[in-house]
Design a protein around this ligand. Structure first.
Ligand code: HEC
Ligand code: HEC
Ligand code: HEC
Ligand code: HEC
Ligand code: HEC
Length: 214
């Protein structure tokens, strides 16, 4: 019985068609597995780490309507939005809810001269260049385009994939913001003379490798 089974197997292995079918199946499965792996590398959509202090955007922004730039002071001016130092918290918490154990953690950080160790949520690889002011100030985009509804979040979550494809898709679809921008006025005049549709980020170089990589 076992011998006959073995003979059958050898017969199968000897059959060219079946052998190449098995090899192809293997190659396809291996390719799919590695592609899935590649596309997944470095993509952290949905990442929402627990933070050292239970700071809530829903409370501070959703309820008390504190402006994003009050804490993220660089967001309209520079590359980085920035994370607020404990001193900014103290503008209010030297008076508000001092007795709360979560607020006491801010006091402890300041007394020990240690920064609060917030865990970074969004993180592009070093090879990519991203500038906030270019998008918020010049481009006129709202934070929600890229960060989702932060004002509803108890814990910040990465809402978008932050992949190269995500950046490129938006540059293909989004019109350049020409409001109050004399430099773009001229570009746009030139554009409308020669092109059918409105001027997209793509048309000012937004798909060029060197704009995002150096
Ligand atoms: C009172 C101060 C304060 C205000 C106002 C505030 N934030 Fe924050 N934000 C923080 C702190 C502190 C952190 C770090 C802890 C955390 O992730 O919750 C943070 C983290 C973030 C992060 C994640 C940063 C990372 O690590 O990648 C984003 C995005 C963000 N804020 C967007 C916003 C937006 C958008 C608004 C306005 C709608 C806003 N914040 C208003 C204090 C503030
Ligand atoms: C502009 C004023 C303001 C600033 C700045 C501010 N907060 Fe608050 N925070 C509040 C108010 C108002 C409350 C709600 C207090 C209440 O429930 O009575 C609050 C509540 C909190 C609570 C909840 C405390 C509890 O036990 O209920 C935490 C935690 C907190 N803040 C952390 C922070 C941190 C960390 C920072 C700095 C990154 C910060 N806050 C900056 C106004 C502020
Ligand atoms: C066009 C997309 C886009 C818009 C619009 C945008 N952000 Fe970001 N934001 C990003 C990306 C991408 C990162 C990660 C940057 C990195 O890792 O270098 C980031 C990171 C951050 C961080 C982490 C700290 C830092 O400086 O990198 C904060 C805080 C933040 N954004 C707040 C804001 C706020 C507040 C607004 C609106 C006023 C805003 N962002 C608008 C894409 C955007
Ligand atoms: C929600 C749409 C959106 C997303 C997502 C987005 N961008 Fe942009 N980007 C814009 C707009 C709009 C401009 C044009 C700003 C201006 O008028 O100069 C721009 C301009 C730029 C420029 C300057 C291009 C030039 O030719 O002057 C760079 C560089 C850039 N973006 C990088 C990135 C990177 C890197 C990412 C992804 C991490 C990204 N962007 C994601 C909308 C977006
Ligand atoms: C609008 C911005 C933008 C443009 C334009 C752009 N890239 Fe990227 N690229 C990114 C971002 C952001 C990442 C990191 C996220 C990721 O890996 O998807 C990246 C990642 C990469 C990587 C690393 C991929 C990986 O899996 O680690 C390579 C290689 C690359 N880009 C090459 C290019 C080339 C070549 C071009 C021009 C044809 C180009 N990029 C144009 C934003 C851009």
């Amino acid at each position: 019985m076992a011998d006959r089974f073995k003979a059958n197997l050898q017969g199968l292995a000897a059959n060219k068609t079946i052998r190449s079918a098995v090899i192809w199946m293997f190659i396809l499965l291996a390719t799919k597995a590695s592609l899935d792996g590649l596309y997944g590398i470095g993509v952290h959509q949905g990442y929402a780490p627990e933070q050292p202090i239970a700071f809530s955007h829903k409370l501070h922004v959703g309820e008390y309507e504190i402006n994003c730039a009050y804490c993220h002071t660089g967001v309209y001016k520079g590359k980085q939005a920035g994370i607020p130092s404990a001193n900014i918290c103290m503008n209010c918490h030297n008076a508000i809810k001092r007795e709360s154990p979560e607020i006491q953690k801010i006091y402890t950080a300041l007394e020990n001269d240690q920064p609060i160790e917030w865990i970074r949520v969004h993180n592009l690889p070093d090879l990519a260049y991203f500038n906030h002011a270019q998008h918020t100030n010049v481009g006129g985009l709202d934070c929600t385009n890229c960060h989702g509804e932060i004002s509803n979040m108890e814990v910040v979550q990465q809402a978008k994939s932050l992949t190269m494809g995500w950046c490129i898709d938006c540059h293909r679809e989004t019109n350049v913001n020409g409001k109050d921008n004399a430099y773009y006025d001229q570009l746009m005049d030139a554009h409308t003379k020669t092109a059918a549709g409105p001027m997209k980020v793509e048309d000012i170089g937004g798909l060029e490798c060197a704009r995002c990589h150096y």
